[in-house]
Design a protein around this ligand. Structure first.
Ligand code: PEP
Ligand code: MN
Length: 354
Protein backbone atom coordinates (compact mmCIF):
# COMPACT_ATOMS: atom_id res chain seq x y z
CA UNK A 1 0.00 0.00 0.00
CA UNK A 2 1.25 3.49 -0.83
CA UNK A 3 -0.08 6.62 0.85
CA UNK A 4 0.27 9.61 -1.46
CA UNK A 5 0.41 12.97 0.35
CA UNK A 6 -1.00 16.18 -1.11
CA UNK A 7 1.38 18.57 -2.84
CA UNK A 8 2.78 20.84 -0.15
CA UNK A 9 1.58 18.66 2.75
CA UNK A 10 2.98 19.84 6.11
CA UNK A 11 5.88 17.94 7.66
CA UNK A 12 3.70 17.33 10.72
CA UNK A 13 1.01 15.74 8.53
CA UNK A 14 3.54 13.37 6.96
CA UNK A 15 4.92 12.48 10.39
CA UNK A 16 1.40 11.76 11.62
CA UNK A 17 0.86 9.33 8.75
CA UNK A 18 4.19 7.63 9.51
CA UNK A 19 3.14 7.26 13.16
CA UNK A 20 -0.26 5.90 12.20
CA UNK A 21 1.42 3.20 10.10
CA UNK A 22 3.71 2.26 12.99
CA UNK A 23 0.83 2.15 15.46
CA UNK A 24 -0.82 -0.49 13.25
CA UNK A 25 2.28 -2.67 13.59
CA UNK A 26 3.31 -1.98 9.97
CA UNK A 27 6.55 -0.55 8.58
CA UNK A 28 6.51 2.91 6.96
CA UNK A 29 9.00 3.84 4.21
CA UNK A 30 8.91 7.55 3.52
CA UNK A 31 9.99 9.02 0.20
CA UNK A 32 10.09 12.78 -0.32
CA UNK A 33 9.76 13.64 -4.00
CA UNK A 34 10.21 17.09 -5.49
CA UNK A 35 6.46 17.73 -5.55
CA UNK A 36 5.01 15.41 -2.97
CA UNK A 37 5.87 12.82 -0.36
CA UNK A 38 4.64 9.26 -0.31
CA UNK A 39 4.69 6.73 2.50
CA UNK A 40 5.03 3.09 1.55
CA UNK A 41 3.37 0.65 3.94
CA UNK A 42 5.05 -2.71 4.31
CA UNK A 43 3.36 -5.57 6.15
CA UNK A 44 0.04 -7.40 5.95
CA UNK A 45 -2.47 -4.81 4.77
CA UNK A 46 -4.99 -7.32 3.42
CA UNK A 47 -7.58 -6.57 6.11
CA UNK A 48 -6.81 -2.86 6.40
CA UNK A 49 -9.19 -0.30 4.94
CA UNK A 50 -7.79 2.62 2.94
CA UNK A 51 -10.13 4.82 5.01
CA UNK A 52 -7.79 4.58 8.00
CA UNK A 53 -5.30 6.77 6.16
CA UNK A 54 -7.64 8.70 3.88
CA UNK A 55 -9.12 10.50 6.84
CA UNK A 56 -5.77 11.83 8.05
CA UNK A 57 -5.00 15.44 7.08
CA UNK A 58 -2.73 15.92 4.07
CA UNK A 59 -3.47 12.51 2.53
CA UNK A 60 -4.56 12.68 -1.11
CA UNK A 61 -4.76 9.07 -2.17
CA UNK A 62 -4.14 5.53 -0.96
CA UNK A 63 -3.02 3.06 -3.60
CA UNK A 64 -3.20 -0.69 -3.02
CA UNK A 65 -0.44 -2.38 -5.00
CA UNK A 66 -1.11 -5.59 -6.89
CA UNK A 67 2.54 -6.51 -7.33
CA UNK A 68 4.44 -8.36 -4.59
CA UNK A 69 7.19 -5.70 -4.64
CA UNK A 70 6.19 -2.41 -3.05
CA UNK A 71 9.13 -0.05 -2.51
CA UNK A 72 10.46 -0.91 -5.98
CA UNK A 73 7.17 -0.17 -7.68
CA UNK A 74 6.66 2.93 -9.82
CA UNK A 75 3.78 4.04 -7.59
CA UNK A 76 6.20 4.52 -4.70
CA UNK A 77 8.10 7.23 -6.62
CA UNK A 78 6.19 8.14 -9.80
CA UNK A 79 8.77 10.74 -10.89
CA UNK A 80 11.55 8.10 -10.99
CA UNK A 81 14.64 7.68 -8.82
CA UNK A 82 18.00 9.26 -9.35
CA UNK A 83 20.95 7.46 -7.82
CA UNK A 84 24.33 9.09 -7.28
CA UNK A 85 27.34 7.05 -8.32
CA UNK A 86 29.76 9.31 -6.46
CA UNK A 87 29.36 12.63 -8.34
CA UNK A 88 27.54 11.04 -11.30
CA UNK A 89 23.76 11.04 -11.47
CA UNK A 90 22.17 7.85 -12.80
CA UNK A 91 18.49 8.04 -13.74
CA UNK A 92 18.44 11.69 -14.79
CA UNK A 93 18.25 12.85 -18.42
CA UNK A 94 21.97 12.21 -19.00
CA UNK A 95 22.86 8.64 -19.92
CA UNK A 96 25.87 7.25 -18.05
CA UNK A 97 28.51 5.08 -19.70
CA UNK A 98 30.26 2.83 -17.15
CA UNK A 99 33.27 1.14 -18.70
CA UNK A 100 36.46 -0.68 -17.85
CA UNK A 101 37.96 -4.13 -17.75
CA UNK A 102 36.12 -7.24 -16.66
CA UNK A 103 38.86 -7.86 -14.09
CA UNK A 104 41.45 -5.66 -12.46
CA UNK A 105 44.59 -7.52 -13.57
CA UNK A 106 47.48 -5.24 -12.64
CA UNK A 107 48.19 -1.62 -11.76
CA UNK A 108 49.45 -0.88 -15.25
CA UNK A 109 46.44 -2.50 -16.97
CA UNK A 110 43.90 -0.75 -14.76
CA UNK A 111 45.41 2.73 -14.89
CA UNK A 112 45.74 2.49 -18.66
CA UNK A 113 42.15 1.28 -19.03
CA UNK A 114 40.80 3.94 -16.65
CA UNK A 115 42.50 6.78 -18.51
CA UNK A 116 41.40 5.36 -21.87
CA UNK A 117 37.72 4.95 -20.93
CA UNK A 118 37.64 8.47 -19.54
CA UNK A 119 39.06 9.83 -22.77
CA UNK A 120 36.51 7.77 -24.71
CA UNK A 121 33.65 9.41 -22.76
CA UNK A 122 32.84 7.05 -19.88
CA UNK A 123 31.80 8.79 -16.65
CA UNK A 124 32.14 5.75 -14.36
CA UNK A 125 34.93 3.16 -14.15
CA UNK A 126 34.04 -0.54 -13.83
CA UNK A 127 36.41 -3.33 -12.86
CA UNK A 128 36.15 -6.57 -10.93
CA UNK A 129 38.38 -7.27 -7.93
CA UNK A 130 36.38 -10.22 -6.57
CA UNK A 131 35.43 -12.32 -9.62
CA UNK A 132 32.58 -14.85 -9.71
CA UNK A 133 34.15 -17.30 -12.18
CA UNK A 134 32.27 -20.36 -13.38
CA UNK A 135 35.39 -22.51 -13.01
CA UNK A 136 37.43 -22.53 -9.79
CA UNK A 137 40.56 -22.84 -11.98
CA UNK A 138 39.95 -19.51 -13.76
CA UNK A 139 41.50 -16.22 -12.57
CA UNK A 140 39.66 -15.28 -9.38
CA UNK A 141 40.58 -11.59 -9.25
CA UNK A 142 43.08 -9.63 -7.16
CA UNK A 143 40.68 -9.21 -4.21
CA UNK A 144 41.55 -6.44 -1.75
CA UNK A 145 44.60 -5.41 -3.79
CA UNK A 146 42.26 -4.87 -6.75
CA UNK A 147 40.11 -2.56 -4.63
CA UNK A 148 43.14 -0.45 -3.72
CA UNK A 149 44.06 -0.17 -7.41
CA UNK A 150 40.50 0.91 -8.26
CA UNK A 151 40.72 3.63 -5.61
CA UNK A 152 44.01 4.80 -7.12
CA UNK A 153 42.45 4.85 -10.61
CA UNK A 154 39.58 6.95 -9.27
CA UNK A 155 41.98 9.36 -7.67
CA UNK A 156 43.92 9.76 -10.92
CA UNK A 157 40.94 10.05 -13.30
CA UNK A 158 38.17 11.41 -11.08
CA UNK A 159 35.90 8.59 -12.27
CA UNK A 160 33.74 6.94 -9.60
CA UNK A 161 34.09 3.18 -9.36
CA UNK A 162 31.63 0.30 -9.62
CA UNK A 163 32.89 -3.12 -8.55
CA UNK A 164 31.35 -6.44 -7.56
CA UNK A 165 30.86 -7.73 -4.04
CA UNK A 166 30.20 -11.45 -3.75
CA UNK A 167 29.80 -12.20 -0.05
CA UNK A 168 27.97 -10.54 2.85
CA UNK A 169 31.13 -10.50 4.96
CA UNK A 170 32.96 -8.55 2.23
CA UNK A 171 30.38 -5.76 1.91
CA UNK A 172 32.05 -3.51 4.46
CA UNK A 173 35.47 -3.81 2.80
CA UNK A 174 34.21 -3.26 -0.75
CA UNK A 175 32.04 -0.33 0.40
CA UNK A 176 35.15 1.37 1.80
CA UNK A 177 36.62 1.60 -1.70
CA UNK A 178 33.76 1.52 -4.21
CA UNK A 179 31.21 4.19 -5.13
CA UNK A 180 28.71 1.58 -6.31
CA UNK A 181 28.49 -2.06 -5.21
CA UNK A 182 27.71 -4.49 -8.01
CA UNK A 183 25.71 -7.67 -7.40
CA UNK A 184 26.50 -10.18 -10.12
CA UNK A 185 23.97 -12.26 -11.99
CA UNK A 186 24.91 -15.36 -9.99
CA UNK A 187 24.15 -13.60 -6.71
CA UNK A 188 20.89 -11.87 -7.57
CA UNK A 189 19.04 -14.14 -5.16
CA UNK A 190 21.73 -14.33 -2.49
CA UNK A 191 19.35 -12.96 0.09
CA UNK A 192 21.93 -12.68 2.89
CA UNK A 193 24.04 -10.51 0.58
CA UNK A 194 21.04 -8.38 -0.42
CA UNK A 195 20.10 -7.80 3.23
CA UNK A 196 23.65 -6.79 4.09
CA UNK A 197 23.65 -4.37 1.13
CA UNK A 198 20.57 -2.75 2.64
CA UNK A 199 22.95 -1.49 5.34
CA UNK A 200 25.95 -0.75 3.11
CA UNK A 201 25.50 3.02 2.81
CA UNK A 202 26.52 2.89 -0.87
CA UNK A 203 24.38 2.47 -3.99
CA UNK A 204 23.87 -1.01 -5.41
CA UNK A 205 23.97 -2.04 -9.07
CA UNK A 206 21.80 -5.15 -9.17
CA UNK A 207 22.31 -7.36 -12.18
CA UNK A 208 19.43 -9.49 -13.35
CA UNK A 209 19.87 -13.17 -12.56
CA UNK A 210 20.55 -15.08 -15.76
CA UNK A 211 17.39 -17.13 -15.21
CA UNK A 212 15.37 -14.59 -13.27
CA UNK A 213 11.99 -13.22 -14.28
CA UNK A 214 11.43 -9.48 -14.11
CA UNK A 215 9.31 -10.01 -11.01
CA UNK A 216 12.07 -11.98 -9.25
CA UNK A 217 14.54 -9.25 -10.20
CA UNK A 218 12.35 -6.51 -8.73
CA UNK A 219 11.81 -8.59 -5.59
CA UNK A 220 15.59 -8.86 -5.24
CA UNK A 221 15.73 -5.05 -5.44
CA UNK A 222 12.96 -4.95 -2.83
CA UNK A 223 15.26 -6.82 -0.41
CA UNK A 224 17.87 -4.06 -0.64
CA UNK A 225 15.27 -1.27 -0.45
CA UNK A 226 13.35 -2.78 2.45
CA UNK A 227 16.57 -3.26 4.42
CA UNK A 228 17.25 0.46 4.36
CA UNK A 229 19.09 1.29 1.13
CA UNK A 230 17.05 3.44 -1.29
CA UNK A 231 19.81 3.59 -3.93
CA UNK A 232 19.44 0.70 -6.35
CA UNK A 233 20.31 0.66 -10.06
CA UNK A 234 19.02 -2.29 -12.08
CA UNK A 235 21.19 -3.87 -14.79
CA UNK A 236 19.87 -6.04 -17.62
CA UNK A 237 22.77 -8.28 -18.74
CA UNK A 238 21.06 -10.95 -20.80
CA UNK A 239 19.23 -14.12 -19.84
CA UNK A 240 19.70 -17.79 -20.65
CA UNK A 241 17.72 -19.14 -23.57
CA UNK A 242 18.04 -22.04 -26.02
CA UNK A 243 20.17 -19.80 -28.24
CA UNK A 244 23.90 -20.40 -27.86
CA UNK A 245 25.17 -18.33 -30.77
CA UNK A 246 25.42 -15.48 -28.30
CA UNK A 247 26.53 -15.89 -24.66
CA UNK A 248 23.10 -14.80 -23.41
CA UNK A 249 19.99 -13.29 -24.97
CA UNK A 250 19.65 -9.57 -24.32
CA UNK A 251 16.11 -8.97 -23.09
CA UNK A 252 15.77 -5.41 -24.31
CA UNK A 253 12.02 -5.36 -23.82
CA UNK A 254 12.75 -5.63 -20.10
CA UNK A 255 14.09 -2.05 -20.21
CA UNK A 256 10.85 -0.18 -21.09
CA UNK A 257 8.88 -2.76 -19.10
CA UNK A 258 10.87 -2.26 -15.92
CA UNK A 259 10.82 1.52 -16.41
CA UNK A 260 7.01 1.25 -16.29
CA UNK A 261 6.87 -1.15 -13.36
CA UNK A 262 9.55 0.49 -11.24
CA UNK A 263 11.01 3.91 -10.43
CA UNK A 264 14.56 2.54 -10.31
CA UNK A 265 17.14 3.48 -12.97
CA UNK A 266 17.92 0.72 -15.48
CA UNK A 267 21.26 0.20 -17.21
CA UNK A 268 22.18 -2.36 -19.86
CA UNK A 269 25.33 -4.48 -20.10
CA UNK A 270 25.70 -5.42 -23.78
CA UNK A 271 29.04 -7.16 -23.09
CA UNK A 272 27.81 -10.06 -20.96
CA UNK A 273 24.51 -10.06 -22.87
CA UNK A 274 26.20 -10.97 -26.16
CA UNK A 275 29.67 -12.30 -25.31
CA UNK A 276 30.92 -10.92 -28.65
CA UNK A 277 32.58 -7.52 -28.96
CA UNK A 278 31.22 -7.08 -32.50
CA UNK A 279 27.66 -7.04 -31.11
CA UNK A 280 28.36 -4.74 -28.18
CA UNK A 281 28.00 -1.41 -29.99
CA UNK A 282 24.81 -2.26 -31.91
CA UNK A 283 23.16 -3.55 -28.72
CA UNK A 284 24.39 -0.53 -26.74
CA UNK A 285 22.72 1.76 -29.29
CA UNK A 286 19.52 -0.27 -29.16
CA UNK A 287 19.58 -0.07 -25.35
CA UNK A 288 19.77 3.72 -25.47
CA UNK A 289 16.87 3.79 -27.93
CA UNK A 290 14.90 1.49 -25.59
CA UNK A 291 15.26 3.94 -22.72
CA UNK A 292 18.25 2.70 -20.74
CA UNK A 293 19.68 5.15 -18.20
CA UNK A 294 23.19 3.83 -18.69
CA UNK A 295 25.49 1.26 -20.25
CA UNK A 296 27.97 -1.08 -18.57
CA UNK A 297 30.66 -1.97 -21.09
CA UNK A 298 33.78 -4.12 -20.80
CA UNK A 299 36.86 -2.42 -22.25
CA UNK A 300 40.45 -3.70 -22.19
CA UNK A 301 43.61 -1.99 -23.48
CA UNK A 302 44.46 -5.27 -25.23
CA UNK A 303 41.47 -7.63 -25.29
CA UNK A 304 43.58 -10.53 -26.65
CA UNK A 305 45.56 -10.52 -23.38
CA UNK A 306 42.59 -10.19 -21.00
CA UNK A 307 42.47 -12.63 -18.07
CA UNK A 308 38.67 -12.74 -18.33
CA UNK A 309 36.04 -11.95 -20.96
CA UNK A 310 38.49 -10.77 -23.65
CA UNK A 311 36.19 -12.01 -26.42
CA UNK A 312 33.50 -9.52 -25.44
CA UNK A 313 35.79 -6.62 -24.51
CA UNK A 314 36.07 -3.52 -26.69
CA UNK A 315 39.29 -1.72 -27.47
CA UNK A 316 39.22 1.86 -26.12
CA UNK A 317 39.04 3.38 -29.62
CA UNK A 318 35.90 1.35 -30.26
CA UNK A 319 34.39 2.62 -27.01
CA UNK A 320 35.00 6.19 -28.18
CA UNK A 321 33.04 5.45 -31.36
CA UNK A 322 30.29 3.74 -29.36
CA UNK A 323 29.91 6.83 -27.16
CA UNK A 324 29.69 9.14 -30.19
CA UNK A 325 27.01 7.00 -31.82
CA UNK A 326 25.15 6.47 -28.55
CA UNK A 327 25.05 10.25 -28.11
CA UNK A 328 23.37 10.61 -31.52
CA UNK A 329 20.77 8.00 -30.58
CA UNK A 330 20.29 9.63 -27.19
CA UNK A 331 19.67 13.03 -28.81
CA UNK A 332 17.00 11.42 -30.98
CA UNK A 333 15.10 10.44 -27.82
CA UNK A 334 15.67 13.76 -26.06
CA UNK A 335 18.64 12.72 -23.95
CA UNK A 336 22.45 12.82 -24.14
CA UNK A 337 25.50 10.92 -22.95
CA UNK A 338 26.80 12.37 -19.69
CA UNK A 339 30.47 13.16 -20.39
CA UNK A 340 33.09 12.88 -17.65
CA UNK A 341 34.12 16.51 -18.15
CA UNK A 342 30.55 17.60 -17.37
CA UNK A 343 30.43 15.80 -14.05
CA UNK A 344 30.40 18.35 -11.24
CA UNK A 345 33.65 18.26 -9.29
CA UNK A 346 32.10 18.60 -5.81
CA UNK A 347 30.16 15.51 -4.80
CA UNK A 348 26.51 16.45 -5.14
CA UNK A 349 25.53 13.61 -2.84
CA UNK A 350 27.83 14.91 -0.11
CA UNK A 351 26.58 18.47 -0.63
CA UNK A 352 23.01 17.20 -0.18
CA UNK A 353 24.08 15.81 3.20
CA UNK A 354 23.79 12.15 2.27
C1 PEP B 1 30.91 -8.73 -14.63
O1 PEP B 1 30.30 -7.65 -14.69
O2 PEP B 1 32.13 -8.83 -14.85
C2 PEP B 1 30.15 -9.96 -14.37
C3 PEP B 1 30.72 -11.02 -13.80
O3 PEP B 1 28.87 -9.88 -14.79
P1 PEP B 1 27.64 -10.92 -14.63
O4 PEP B 1 27.42 -11.06 -13.16
O5 PEP B 1 26.54 -10.20 -15.33
O6 PEP B 1 28.04 -12.21 -15.32
MN1 MN C 1 33.02 -9.94 -17.26
Amino acid sequence: MVIVMREGAEASEIERVVRAVEELGLRPHRSDGELRSVVGVVGDVSRLSEEVFLRLPGVEQVVRLEQPYKLASRAFRPEGSRVWAGPVEVGGPGIVVMAGPCSVESREQLLEAAQAVREAGAAVLRGGAFKPRTSPYSFQGLGAEGLRLLAEARQRTGLPVVTEVMAPQEVELVAEYADVLQVGTRNMQNFSLLKELGRAGKPVLLKRGMSATVEEWLLAAEYVLSHGNPDVILCERGIRTFEHATRNTLDLSAVPLVKRLSHLPVVVDPSHATGLWELVTPMALAAVAAGADGLLVEVHPDPSQALSDGRQSLRPDRLARLVEQADAVAQAVGRWILRPEHVAAPRRAAAAGR
